[in-house]
Design a protein around this ligand. Structure first.
Ligand SMILES: [Zn+2]
Length: 212
C-alpha cells in the first residue's frame, strides 16, 4: 500500500535584523514560509502551494506580517514630523484668515512661530503666496488636523493650539471668530475642553506682561 498525503512544511528562507515593535529596538528576525508539500510515506517530496509567510522575532518570538520588514520607524517619524510642520503652518494661516483680515503683525507672527516650531525661515513673499492659496481653498485645515491627530501626543497638540493662539492674539485682540475657530481646532484634534482651556490660559498668561 502506498501512503501519501499533504503536509505544511515551514522553512526559513530569510534572516536579518528588523525593528521589533514588542522589543522596541533592532533584533534578529526569521522570515518563515509555510508551504504545502505532497508527502509520500510521510516524507515531503513535492512542494505545492504557498500557505503563508510571517516574520518571527528571534528575541520575543512575536510574529508579524512580512510587511514589517519595510517599516522604518526613524523614517516614519520624519514623515510625521514633516506632516506636522505643514499642518502647523496651515493651522496658523487659517487662524490668520479667521477674522477676515490679513494683518501685517499676524504675518510676522506666523513667520516667527513657524521658525520657532520648525527651525525653518519662510520668506514673507512665499508666506503671502501660501496665505493666498489657503484662502482660496480654505476649510480643509480641520480635516488635515483630524487626520494627523492620532499621531500627535499632548505636546504636539498643545504646540498647534499655542501657535494658533499666537497668530490670533498678534493683532492685539482675540475676537469671537478667532475663539470659535480655536475651539474647532481643539475639537478636530479630539482635545477635551478642559485641556484646551488649560493650554489657552497658560498661553494668555504668557502673552500678558505681569503688572509691575
Ligand atoms: Zn521582539
Amino acid at each position: 500500500m502506498i501512503i501519501f498525503g499533504t503536509r505544511g512544511v515551514t522553512t526559513t528562507p530569510e534572516r536579518g535584523t528588523f525593528a521589533c515593535p514588542r522589543c522596541n529596538g533592532q533584533t534578529n528576525f526569521n522570515l518563515k514560509r509555510v508551504r504545502r508539500f505532497f508527502t509520500l510515506y510521510f516524507i515531503p517530496v513535492i512542494p505545492l502551494d504557498k500557505l503563508g509567510e510571517y516574520v518571527e522575532c528571534a528575541h520575543c518570538q512575536g510574529t508579524y506580517d512580512p510587511e514589517i520588514l519595510t517599516y522604518d520607524p526613524a523614517q516614519e517619524n520624519q514623515r510625521i514630523e514633516a506632516y506636522f510642520f505643514i499642518a502647523c503652518k496651515q493651522v496658523m494661516i487659517s487662524m490668520l484668515l479667521a477674522d477676515g483680515v490679513i494683518d501685517d503683525e499676524e504675518v510676522k507672527m506666523l513667520q516667527t512661530q513657524f521658525q520657532e516650531i520648525t527651525g525653518t525661515y519662510v520668506p514673507e513673499n512665499e508666506l503671502r503666496e501660501e496665505i493666498a492659496e489657503v484662502s482660496k481653498t480654505a476649510s480643509n485645515t480641520l480635516d488635515l488636523l483630524a487626520e494627523l491627530s492620532p499621531q500627535l501626543n499632548d505636546a504636539g497638540k498643545e504646540t498647534v493650539v499655542r501657535a494658533a493662539y499666537a497668530i490670533a492674539a498678534s493683532d492685539g485682540h482675540f475676537d469671537q471668530s478667532e475663539q470659535d475657530y480655536l475651539m474647532q481646532l481643539g475639537q478636530a484634534m479630539s482635545m477635551t475642553d478642559a485641556h484646551l482651556h488649560g493650554v489657552l490660559a497658560t498661553a494668555t498668561a504668557a502673552a500678558t506682561p505681569a503688572a509691575a
